[in-house]
Design a protein around this ligand. Structure first.
Ligand code: MV4
Length: 504
């Protein structure tokens, strides 16, 4: 029986996991680094353990420190969240060896899916459709040309230890082949300590569509439909939605069946995500499987009504899945916008610092998963994602209008953020029509043109003037205290005059 869970993570996902723990009557334990002393997940948890210096390599990525915190706090399970140690097979093994429950799949499943070439082979043998290409690694340059010719240009050379866009190389013609191959291997070797590469046909303008899967220890595996994740910038997702505008009931049935087969082929237990590339002719290909809860899980929760974290915990506790495939349905439409503390007017430069003001949107069909509060200082050490805004409505069109409304209500000052960029995407015709693929941002460069925010400029100027006024008053206070008293008698008159100056 799980009674206490250590959450080996920080930020919004740590809070998200603890919320389900609270609803289930399970105690939560936070871990925190030096930079996270005043972080929300520490305040929310029932207990908190300090685990070391701010850099994640010395805290959130340090297996020994997290195991120590788990044992000391008497936790009986560990939830890894996403990122950090969530897809680290060694960590999953250490948790089990300590007699604790890892809320996630087995170390073997993590290892198999972590190696992209191994995953590809397993999928081929399980009858899952993979991108046309090689079955084995490309060991030398002898058969390089032959292999590329048999696949047909353009091709992609991918690092087996890569994934998520890391260690990939596009080769458009034979003249680039040998140099690209050499560079791919040497880059993979230095980045991952593993220079195994393989070759795939390049799919020109694909959609990135993923399926949520969930499996228990009793042989039950289901899928919870798709998420359309094609709106990406530099391999970072920006917006996700479900259902996918491209999907048909036939395609969904075929892809869902293969997603379940993919999970079963590695005896998967827990929540996982099977990623596919889909072309406009509805051909689909397995890309990789993520063996963790994903950032974008809330849109699936909203259309299916399933609490995915609660289900993860139940499954980790040895219980049977509380639903069968036939009982799962999609209702309405959900969209998620990821909000980053980055400056969209300055090449998405990270913008850490003090959050002077935050007002989050509320109202019908709106959910925010965040962790930032007024007066909180966003540290420089971690991922700049600060919040996820999730809306639901009965139709896709209404969901877009609701997202626009919620983005209008969202106010964050002190740190630059991507809300203006998200507003631009919501206004784009290709987004409204649902006619977009993974090249959406390149094809719609106007979404990167951020209008100057008049309100923000006025706010900044008002703060500046208030500061000047304060220093002036302080000077007078020191030199001639009676003058200050005279001024202080009508401060509002003064302010009104300044406001009218601002309007010019
Ligand atoms: C591809 C591809 C086209 N053809 N593989 C990027 C992330 C990683 N998971 C795999 N990626 C891609 N693999 C073949 N054979 C195009 C991409 C790709 C992409 C995929 C999903 C979402 C956004 C993307 C942006 C650029 C390239």
């Amino acid at each position: 029986m799980i009674r206490k869970i250590l959450v080996a993570n920080r930020g919004e996902i740590a809070v998200r996991v603890m919320r389900s723990c609270r609803e289930m009557g399970i105690q939560s334990v936070a871990v925190f680094s030096e930079a996270d002393r005043s972080a929300m997940h520490v305040r929310y948890a029932d207990e908190a353990c300090f685990i070391g210096p701010s850099p994640s390599s010395e805290s959130y990525l340090n297996i020994d420190k997290i195991m120590d915190a788990a044992v000391k706090s008497g936790a009986d399970a560990i939830h890894p969240g996403y990122g950090f140690l969530s897809e680290n097979a060694e960590f999953a093994r250490r948790v089990a060896e300590a007699g604790l429950i890892f809320i996630g799949p087995s170390p073997d499943a993590i290892l198999a899916m972590g190696d992209k070439l191994t995953a590809r082979k397993i999928m081929m043998d399980a009858g899952v459709s993979v991108v046309p290409g090689t079955r084995d690694l490309i060991e030398d340059e002898d058969k390089l040309k032959e292999t590329a010719d048999s696949i047909g240009y353009p091709i992609m050379i991918k690092a087996s230890a890569g994934g998520g866009g890391k260690g990939m190389r596009l080769v458009r013609e034979e003249s680039e082949l040998v140099s690209s191959y050499r560079r791919a291997r040497s880059e993979a070797g230095s980045a991952f300590g593993n220079d195994v590469v393989y070759m795939e046909k390049y799919i020109e303008s694909p959609h990135h569509i993923e399926f949520q899967v969930m499996a228990d220890e009793h042989g039950n595996t289901v899928h919870l439909f798709e998420r359309e994740c094609s709106v990406q910038r530099r391999h970072q997702k920006v917006i996700e939605e479900t259902p996918s505008p491209l999907m048909t009931p036939e395609l969904r049935a075929k892809m869902g069946e293969q997603a379940v087969a993919a999970a079963q082929s590695v005896n998967y237990v827990g929540a996982g995500t099977v990623e596919f590339l889909v072309d406009n002719d509805h051909n689909f290909y397995f890309l990789e499987m993520n063996t963790r809860l994903q950032v974008e899980h809330p849109i699936t929760e909203r259309v299916t009504g399933v609490d995915l974290v609660k289900t993860q915990i139940m499954v980790a506790n040895g219980e049977e899945l509380p639903f069968k495939q036939e009982e799962l349905t999609q209702t309405g439409h959900a969209i998620e916008c990821r909000i980053y503390a980055e400056d969209p007017k300055n090449n998405f430069m990270p913008s850490p610092g003090l959050v002077k003001h935050i007002t989050e949107p509320l109202g019908l069909g709106v959910r925010t998963d965040g962790y930032v509060y007024e007066g909180y200082e966003i540290p420089i050490y971690y991922d700049p994602m600060i919040s996820k805004l999730i809306v639901w409505a009965q139709t896709r069109g209404e969901a877009i209008e609701r997202m626009k409304r919620a983005l209008y209500e969202y106010k964050i000052s002190g740190v630059k953020n991507t809300i203006p960029f998200l507003k631009r995407i919501m206004e784009a015709e290709d987004f409204a029509s649902g006619n977009y693929d993974t090249h959406f941002i390149e094809k719609n460069p106007e979404v990167l043109e951020i209008p100057s925010d008049c309100n923000q400029e006025c706010e900044d100027m008002a703060l500046f003037i208030a500061y000047l006024d304060y220093t002036e008053k302080m000077k007078k206070l020191v030199s001639e205290p009676t003058e200050v008293e005279k001024h202080a008698s009508s401060p509002w008159k003064e302010f009104a005059r300044r406001k009218s100056v601002l309007r010019l």
